[in-house]
Ligand binder design. Structure first.
Ligand SMILES: Nc1nc2c(ncn2[C@@H]2O[C@H](COP(=O)(O)OP(=O)(O)OP(=O)(O)O)[C@@H](O)[C@H]2O)c(=O)[nH]1
Ligand SMILES: [Mg+2]
Length: 432
């Protein structure tokens, strides 16, 4: 095993820069720097030097295996945060034969040494990336093992059912299917409904982690881009009286009510012979369909147009240009003006309420990644198949249950590890 090091703090100038070391040569490297023989887990101030030159006066922390983040011998050098100091210490470590860490390598070692499972390792990456309180809370829950425990619970139920099936098969008699339907059947029914509930809820975790997708959709000149600018508080989109101004989809990242949101402005929907506009309209439709929520933007007095086809029961209708006194107060939705700002605060509040409703609380810790969702759905499918076979071909039901257990183990990395490691750790930053 090589000994690795990396800058754990952001590159550039700062009060403190932390270089992390991990691996069997850690103590040798500390000694060579002039910080050998430190008491584990106690901060010690040492003058670090290399080949006779003083590099820095630093706070040094030493960790002895297995009591470290990685489970290996490890250390942290809390340096003065200037580029020259970090450069000098890094090149000294390179001279000593230590290797620069790959992205995610510290956490990968922690996983390989049994310090955390894969779902927890993913939570580390999520926590580092978290920009909203909700994202951080979700990642902390996952790091704490909440998600892992849910999957472990599913797996336990599966093994219970598997044991029942195998016991019956080993002592075959006439009534095997009957017995099984009574013993393993209810266990599988409950498991299946739990798996399906977790899957139904999977979108919530994704929406918190990646951002909730809100798309403005409407006919040309309805005022979508003007509303977009009012919501993002800058002149991000071009606004003109010419119908068909917007062609590309414009995305802006916002935080509304503590949740990450991606708001998109789109081309006004109409038939067009202009190939550029037609492509814009195609993209607008695709985005509207994939969105978590659509804001159907309408100008009072304009006839209902092609956007109507994209509105779903739960979507919001926003009437623009309220300052023009468009006459009738709409019976559905509410009125805003991008010019006077009327209704924009209210719209903001309504969106915050909607986000809280859609994204907070549920019985299960949210399934946060596509990788988990795929495995859960494989497991649900296999359990469903087993449920049918209990009656028809009980000797085959065990295979389905093993397949389901296998799918669940892959989420936490108990088995099938190698093929998922790359996928999980590729997204990490160096030093984590
Ligand atoms: N008075 C008033 N005019 C508005 C308001 N919102 C938009 N407009 C005007 O309506 C026209 C169209 O606005 P846009 O925001 O470009 O409309 P759009 O829906 O993005 O149009 P396309 O990009 O062509 O689909 C512009 O002349 C705006 O100045 C508003 O709240 N009040
Ligand atoms: Mg526009």
């Amino acid at each position: 095993m090589t000994t690795i090091f990396a800058l754990a703090t952001p590159p550039g100038r700062g009060a403190v820069a932390i270089i992390r070391l991990s691996g069997p040569d850690t103590e040798r490297a500390l000694e060579a720097l002039g910080a050998g023989g430190l008491k584990p887990r106690l901060a010690s101030l040492r003058k670090l030097s290399h080949e006779g030159a003083i590099l820095d006066q630093a706070l040094v922390l030493r960790f002895v295996a297995p009591h470290s983040y990685t489970g290996e011998d490890a250390a942290e050098l809390h340096l003065h945060g200037g580029r020259a100091v970090v450069e000098a210490v890094s090149s000294a470590l390179l001279d000593m034969g230590l290797a620069p860490a790959e992205p995610g390598e510290f956490t990968r070692r922690a996983f390989q040494n049994g310090r955390m499972d894969l779902a927890q390792a993913e939570a580390v990456a999520d926590l580092v990336d978290a920009e909203t309180a909700a994202q951080a809370a979700q990642a902390l829950g996952q790091l704490d093992g909440a998600l892992s425990q849910t999957y472990a619970g599913f797996r336990r139920d599966l093994l219970t059912a598997l044991a029942l099936v195998e016991a019956e098969i080993d002592f075959p008699d006439e009534d095997v299917p009957d017995h099984l339907a009574r013993s393993a059947g209810p266990v599988l029914d409950k498991l299946l409904s739990d798996l399906r509930a977790a899957l139904a809820d999977a979108d919530r975790g994704r929406r918190v982690r990646e951002g909730y997708r809100i798309v403005l959709i409407g006919e040309t000149n309805a005022g979508k881009s003007a509303l977009f600018n009012a919501l993002v508080r800058r002149e991000a989109a071009i606004v003109t009286p010419i119908a068909g101004t917007t062609r590309d989809v414009l995305d802006a990242d916002l935080i509304i009510g503590g949740y990450a949101v991606t708001l998109s402005d789109t081309a006004g929907l109409r038939d067009s012979n202009d190939p550029v506009e037609a492509e814009g309209v195609r993209r607008a439709r695709a985005r509207a369909q994939a969105a978590d929520l659509r804001l159907r933007v309408r100008a009072p007095g304009d006839p209902d147009g092609p956007a109507a086809a994209y509105v779903r029961a739960d979507d919001l209708i926003v009437w623009t240009k309220a300052d023009l006194g468009g006459g009738v107060v709409p019976s559905e939705g509410f009125a805003v003006s991008a010019v006077t700002g009327q209704g924009i605060e209210t719209l903001h509040d309504v969106l915050a309420e909607r986000l809280a409703r859609d994204l907070s609380g549920a019985d299960f810790p949210a399934v946060t990644r596509e990788r988990h969702r795929r495995r859960l759905s494989e497991a649900a499918e296999a359990v469903d198949a087993a449920r049918v076979r209990l009656i028809d071909a009980p000797e085959l039901a065990g295979d389905d249950l093993r397949r389901a257990a296998d799918a669940l183990s892959r989420v936490t990395g108990e088995i099938g590890v190698e093929d998922v490691l790359g996928e999980v750790f590729a997204t990490f930053c160096i030093g984590k």
